[in-house]
Design a protein around this ligand. Structure first.
Ligand code: GLY
Length: 408
């Protein structure tokens, strides 16, 4: 039973100014902090929240989102488990402080159990964002060894007939060999594996997967399908579907962002002009889309029926901004406007889509949408929105100070 609390008008007169002054001082602290300092404060709040959850559920390794206003944490097996350690590595890169390195190492270590898991394509997300960032920043040989085992597990999902890496093993009643646009993001890990081993197998699989995606995932207007189902006997496309988008023919916003990021990265790694051209076409589709809002934070699906009241997806915006910084670095003249777009997206994320200081269990951004058709993670913080936001901030800094991006 909740006890009713009655305030006398005298008590209220006392508390209203106090509440006003406290909220003003929180707001002014928020305004004074730069983006990285703000992120540091939020992540410090996250550590306390994580501690409480892990007290009862020690098998949970990383925060993913909020569910019913409580912190939702995941096991190493979840596709998002690498992003939180990744956020801590971004903090270490941005600040050079050993505190963040120690925290990043602490949250990276529990993911090692996944290194020989062959049941998902998400090994790129899981390992490249955690062990991968750690290896880039520390040169830790153990991280490299773990990642190479994981890269072998990932290529075990490659099918010669389909010429792609299988994404999911679930929904076997619906799809025989599903490949999702998100899978483009796992290829960076394979390009890296060839660079450190000299074994071209990883590169060839990554490049072939990108070619297959280029051939089959896109519509005439350069928007992409989410899921392409292949026939493993013939290699032919069986179905073009969605899973997280509004409909099979709609443009799911995060999917467009994964495609953009994936093809810019594949251009970087292969030098193939057609990948750069595809990236530009995807970027233009987004920017010229009649349903792209003025603040450039996409609705969760460009074809959501309830636009302009549809939820936004800050994660799609963060991925898009990060990719557009990279895209701008390969272009010249007018095309540099992609970096101005990315700037605007970052500024809007910071000013309008961020959590309030100390709130949202330490997530940095709010207002992302994970899986609206599945009725979960709608208009909430998502750990990967924070990851690509931090990456985009780092990219903006590098472009400003050195006019080029650092890659490993
Ligand atoms: N890769 C899953 C998602 O973007 O939701």
């Amino acid at each position: 039973m909740f006890r009713k609390v009655y305030f006398s008008s005298k008590t209220l007169l006392y508390w209203i100014p106090v509440i006003f002054v406290v909220s003003l001082s929180c707001k002014s602290e928020e305004v004074k902090l730069d983006e990285i300092a703000f992120a540091g404060k939020q992540l410090t709040t996250a550590f306390q929240e994580i501690e409480q959850v892990r007290h009862n559920f020690p098998e949970l390794v990383s925060p993913r989102s909020l569910r019913s206003d409580t912190l939702f944490m995941v096991k190493a097996r979840d596709w998002t488990s690498g992003f939180f350690p990744g956020n801590l590595w971004w903090m270490y890169e941005a600040t050079g402080e050993d505190f963040w390195k120690a925290k990043a190492m602490e949250f990276t270590a529990p993911l090692e159990v996944m290194k020989d898991f062959k049941g998902t394509h998400d090994l790129g997300f899981i390992f490249y964002c955690s062990f991968g960032k750690g290896y880039q920043l520390t040169g830790n040989e153990h991280y490299k060894a773990v990642m190479l085992e994981a890269a072998d597990a990932l290529i075990s999902r490659y099918n010669e007939k389909v010429k792609a890496i299988r994404s999911w093993d679930h929904n076997t009643d619906k799809w025989q060999f599903p490949v999702i646009i998100d899978n483009m993001m796992n290829l960076e890990f394979l390009f890296w594996a060839t660079k450190v081993t000299g074994d071209s197998t990883y590169y060839n699989i990554a490049d072939t997967h990108a070619e297959t995606t280029l051939a089959n995932h896109f519509r005439d207007d350069f928007s992409s399908y989410h899921v392409i189902d292949y026939d493993t006997l013939t290699g032919e496309v069986k179905k073009k579907n969605t899973h997280q988008g509004y409909s099979h023919e709609s443009s799911w916003s995060r999917g467009q962002a994964w495609g953009l990021y994936g093809f810019v990265m594949c251009y970087r790694e292969t030098g193939k002009e057609k990948y750069l051209e595809m990236a530009e076409k995807i970027a233009n589709l987004m920017l010229e889309h009649p349903n792209m809002p003025d603040d450039l934070i996409p609705y969760w699906d460009y074809d959501a029926p309830d636009i302009p009241n549809a939820p936004r997806d800050a994660s799609a915006a963060a991925i898009m901004a990060s990719a557009m910084f990279e895209l701008s670095s390969y272009l010249s003249g007018d095309d540099l406007s992609y970096s101005q777009v990315a700037d605007k997206v970052l500024d809007n994320l910071t000013s309008k889509y961020r959590s309030r200081l100390g709130e949202n269990k330490g997530f940095i951004l709010d207002h992302s949408t994970g899986h609206l058709p599945g009725k979960h993670e709608v208009d909430v913080p998502l750990v990967y929105a924070d990851y690509y936001y931090l990456e985009a901030l780092q990219r903006r800094k590098e472009l400003k100070f050195t006019s080029e991006l650092k890659f490993y």
